[in-house]
Every structure is written in C-alpha cells, then in structure tokens.
Design a protein around this ligand. Structure first.
Ligand SMILES: *Cc1c(COP(=O)(O)O)cnc(C)c1O
Length: 403
C-alpha cells in the first residue's frame, strides 16, 4: 500500500502551510487496479466521476492511468478534454440543464447521457439517429448512505422513470433515435452489492426495448470505509456477480454488452488528506473544543452529510489520549467531530482528516470571506503544489465596485 505517512504529512504542512489538501496519486491508481482486477473477465469500462475531485492534475493522472471520465457539467467536459481525454472517453451525465448545454456536449463529440424526456425529444427532433445517446433511467430503488445522496428512489429528480418506457419508446421510434446505452445511478455510499444486482436486473429488462444497445451503465456509489471497521462495497464480489450476470445475459440473448461504471469516491477518497492547525483549545462546561483554522467552508461533509472522518493529531502522536470536540472557525455551528479521542492537542498542533479526497476541496467555498486552501499532489513520493492557496485579492476578483 502506497499510503503516505503522518511524518510526510507533517512535513508538507510545514512546507506549504495549512489548511492544506494533500492527494497521494498512487492510491488512486491502486484503487483503479482493484476495479480492473475485480472486473478482469468482464467487458467493463470505468469513468471517473470527476465531480469528486477535479483538479486538472488529478484529471491528467487519471487519464494517464487509462480510465475514462464522467462529467456532470459542460465545464467538467472541457476540463476533461484539456486534461487529454479524447471525446470517446468522456461521458456527459448532466441533469436539469438546458438543451444548449447538451448540444454543446454533442458538438464536442462526447458520450451523452440524457435524463429527461423533454431533452430526449428535442435531441431526436434535431439529430434523429445520427448521434448515439444513452438514456438515464430512474429504477426506483432505494440505495445510498443517506437521503441527500440517494438518487434512484421515486422522489428523486434524477433519470427518467422506468414507468415512462412507453413514452420513451414512442419518441425513440418516431424520431429514429439511436439508443446505445442505458444508465442508472442510485446514489452514493451503497454498501450492499445486491442494490447493484437488483438494478442490473431492471436494466436487463429495459435492454430488451433497445436493439442497438452497446452498454449498460450502472453508475456508482461504491462505499469506502471512513471509520475503522466500516462496511464497504465488496468490489471483488460485485465484479464476480456482475461478470456472471453479463455472461448469462449473453448466453440468453446472444448479445455482448459492455458494462460501464462511474466511480468517484471509490477512486479518490482515500488518496486525500486534509491538514489543519489547532488554533485554540477551549474548555467549556460541556466539553473540550479544539478550534481549528478551517471549517465547513473547506470540508463540508461532516456538517452536510453527517459524515465521519478519522482524525489524528500528527504533531503530538505520543501525547496522552483525551476526548475532544473538533470544530471550525466559521460563524455558524461548524462541527467536524464530537467526542473524539485524540492524542493531547496543544495550540499549534496539526490535525489530519483522512479520506478527504472526495467532495472535500471540491465543495469548498469562500464563506465568511475565508480563503480556499492549497492543494498538493504526491506522485511516486514526490510532492507538487497543484493549487495555490487563495489570496485576499481572489475574494474581490469578480466583484464590481460601484460605490
Ligand atoms: C456523483 C456521481 C457519481 C459518483 O458517485 P460516487 O459515490 O462518488 O462514486 C457517479 N455518477 C453520477 C451520475 C454521479 O452524479
């Protein structure tokens, strides 16, 4: 395992300052290798869902690793092209965008995933069957770690309901649309392999409606362990089951169909470390707070998703253990962790949050007019600054001073 040591993280914190995101690129390729191994007997393609972490250097690394790219906005598509992905290695899966954005994706030549009947109709009217597309379905399966990240249930805005198949067929037939793929993505943090298999059953059923089908896209949502002893998606088992299911499908129908996946968190979560400094220790009547030089403006997952991130005091690793509540410096309730056992934290100590690669920096903001952190990427043990820390002028960059 190419894990980065706490000593290295401490050095990087001192060299680049904090708060600091550090990504160990080699861990990304190790995760990719796990997927490749699990699906080696299957015709599988993996599209990295770059909304998890989209620094251009990460995208270039993923490109060189050989994976493809899943994009949810036209700007992600453009970043992907800039990083060197050819259009056939990019899948554009937006939702609730206007037709112009879909059209731009088409002009750029990428794979399109359409998640709305109105868009399907407009696309078919304009292009007929001249450009193959993929349709995103909502399979009405409840999956995902919590409601905010569950996308395949009945109340979700994502995809076209499987119950609208009649309508889809009418449009596809009337306009001669070439449906090359069908897609589902039921959410994030799905522990249970059966959720994917259930979804696959639904997909196989839908597949019978599309004679030109080339691939079935099962989206993502692979759960990674955040806490010790956490359940994670059993990728080996998933690979085995999916391989069997496709083999069976090929035997029954005579059709060799590819399976696509769009892992985000699975590829980059563990590669990321977020380092902060303890500004103050505050004893109250209820607890001992560690107030750090960051907040949910830099790592929103604990406040937004009730996410758990392991934390360690890397500058006092042998200090006696005490119980703390770790909070940020934002003027709003801003708790990273309650009741955490940490080696004694002194003012000035450095704490690291593990598993901070996915939806960490990517969801950061300038709330409270605070500056966004720097990002460092370590490749084969060598550190590179890949994003400069914001400076004060960045806050004013797009403001127009009229008074
Ligand atoms: C967010 C997203 C993903 C990635 O989900 P993870 O849980 O990070 O793996 C994949 N596909 C689509 C369409 C998404 O919106």
């Amino acid at each position: 395992m190419a894990f980065i040591t706490n000593e290295t993280l401490l050095q990087l914190a001192k060299e680049y300052g904090t708060p600091l995101y550090v990504y160990n690129a080699n861990q990304i390729s190790e995760q990719y290798q796990k997927l490749q191994d699990a699906f080696k007997d299957c015709n599988a393609r993996f599209f990295y869902a770059c909304k998890a972490l989209s620094n251009i250097n990460i995208l270039k690394y993923v490109e060189q690793m050989g994976a493809s790219l899943d994009c949810v906005s036209i700007n992600e598509v453009k970043l992907g092209l800039r990083a060197g992905f050819t259009p056939d290695r990019i899948l554009f899966t937006p939702n609730c965008v206007d037709f112009a954005e879909i059209d731009e994706g088409k002009q750029l030549g990428v794979n399109l995933n359409i998640d709305n009947i109105s868009i399907l109709e407009q696309f078919g009217t304009k292009y007929g069957g001249s450009y193959p597309i993929c349709i995103r379905f909502n399979p009405h399966i409840m999956g995902g770690g919590n409601y905010k990240i569950s996308t395949g249930h009945i109340d979700s805005k994502f995809g076209i309901s499987i119950h609208q198949m009649r309508h889809i067929e009418r449009i596809v037939k009337t306009l001669g649309i070439n449906v090359a793929g069908i897609h589902m993505h039921t959410g994030s943090d799905i522990k249970d392999v059966n959720v994917f298999l259930q979804g696959l059953e639904v997909m196989f059923e839908l597949a019978t409606h599309f004679p030109n089908l080339k691939f079935i896209d099962l989206g993502s949502g692979f759960k990674v362990p955040y806490q010790e002893g956490d359940v994670q998606t059993d990728i080996q088992l998933l690979g085995k089951k999916v391989t069997e299911a496709f083999r069976e499908y090929a035997k029954e129908t005579g059709k060799e169909i590819q399976v696509w996946f769009e892992p985000g968190k699975f590829l980059v979560s563990e590669s990321g470390y977020f380092i902060v400094k303890a500004n103050v220790i505050k004893q109250t009547t209820a607890t001992v707070f560690v107030g750090v030089n960051s907040g949910f403006n830099h790592l929103i997952r604990p406040m937004f998703y009730d996410a758990y991130h392991r934390i360690k005091n890397i500058s006092n690793p042998n200090g006696s253990e005490r119980i703390y509540t770790v909070v940020g410096n934002i003027c709003e309730t801003d708790t990273f962790a309650w009741d955490r056992t940490l080696n004694e934290v002194r003012e000035g100590d450095f704490l690291v949050f593990y598993n901070a690669g996915a939806y960490g920096f990517e969801m950061s903001s300038n709330f409270n007019s605070r500056l966004k952190p720097a990002e460092v990427m370590v490749v084969d043990g060598e550190a590179h600054l890949i994003r400069k820390r914001d400076v004060f002028e960045d806050l004013l960059k797009n403001q127009v001073e009229v008074l």
